[in-house]
Design a protein around this ligand. Structure first.
Ligand code: TA6
Length: 288
């Protein structure tokens, strides 16, 4: 299908009726719904669907840079580029396809990209929906250059939640984190679950590979399972920052929370010909 700007979109639908919608703009997942049609990802009602800017919501891919940690635009250029469907991707493990509904997307470094980031790469993204509605994103990034390069990456995931003050995250306890609100200074998280009562903008370091987000009011739990992504970004803009974002409603911070599988603190270095794989699996289950 095409969006209002004529940009291609792919809709995945599994046999039970769960679905996901991915835009070729940025390779961005824009929607992930349960088999009852319930939307699980947040998109701002003021989102601007105007390339090259990424839509405020879903899962923008931050690559080859996270945040403003480098010379590129905020979060790198991958989310602002048009990807193509990859009809003949190098094979993945059979378990990455069996029983799954999926699409393979490809972003290759263009002449234009090389001006700002002089490294030739191929970024292959597989987005899949499993029979039980789990959403999986597998990134394979290959250095097809003649010299090594390093990159950071984050799946900037906007979860749809009922009320930010009724949410807690388990799996980040006792970890060190870099606080973007305090000049990226390093702190250590306390011993109990993370809850929210003000702006949070942190990169948790060396986390376990399973993170749980409990939405108490809506009685559901999101689970993030990740491989190759040691860090976790946690972001809620809260009221003041929300008012400064043109593509975000003043009160919308109450219904969203970004929890991103990422590799930020230690950028990934690829030698010529080398390939890195990172996996993120999102699931949601009713919680008591
Ligand atoms: O989540 C970390 C962060 O860098 C925040 O500081 C905020 O800027 C957010 O990403 C959104 O960035 P964006 O460029 O999409 O507005």
């Amino acid at each position: 299908t095409k969006d209002r700007n004529g940009i291609g979109q792919v809709v995945l639908r599994n046999p039970r009726g769960a679905s996901a919608r991915i835009s070729l703009h940025g390779g961005q997942v824009l929607s992930w719904r349960t088999d009852r049609g319930e939307e699980l990802l947040f998109t701002s009602t003021k989102a601007i669907f105007k390339p090259p800017h990424a839509v405020r919501g879903g899962i923008p891919i931050c690559f080859p840079q996270f945040g403003n940690r480098g010379s590129l635009e905020q979060h790198g250029f991958a989310r602002n580029k048009i990807w193509v469907i990859d009809d003949n991707p190098p094979p993945l493990h059979p378990s990455d396809s069996l029983g799954k509904t999926y699409v393979d997307l490809l972003l290759k470094s263009s002449e234009e990209d090389l001006k700002t980031w002089p490294h030739s790469f191929e970024f292959r993204l597989r987005v899949s929906l499993a029979a039980d509605g789990y959403l999986t994103m597998i990134s394979r990034i290959r250095n097809i250059n003649c010299k090594p390069f390093s990159f950071s990456i984050a799946y900037h995931t906007y979860f749809c939640i009922s009320d930010i003050s009724e949410v807690r995250i388990e799996g980040l306890e006792t970890l060190d984190y870099l606080d973007n609100l305090c000049q990226k200074e390093r702190f250590t998280e306390q011993g109990d679950a993370l809850t929210f009562e003000s702006e949070v903008d942190r990169v948790y370091l060396n986390s376990k590979d399973v993170i749980a987000i409990f939405d108490h009011e809506r009685k559901r739990t999101f689970t993030i399972r990740k491989e190759g992504l040691p860090d976790v970004v946690v972001w809620n803009p809260w009221e003041k920052k929300s008012k400064s974002m043109v593509d975000f409603g003043d009160e919308e911070f109450k219904q969203m929370l970004c929890v991103d599988g990422a590799a930020i603190e230690k950028p990934i270095t690829l030698k010529p010909g080398e390939e890195w794989t990172g996996r993120l699996e999102l699931s949601v289950v009713p919680s008591s």
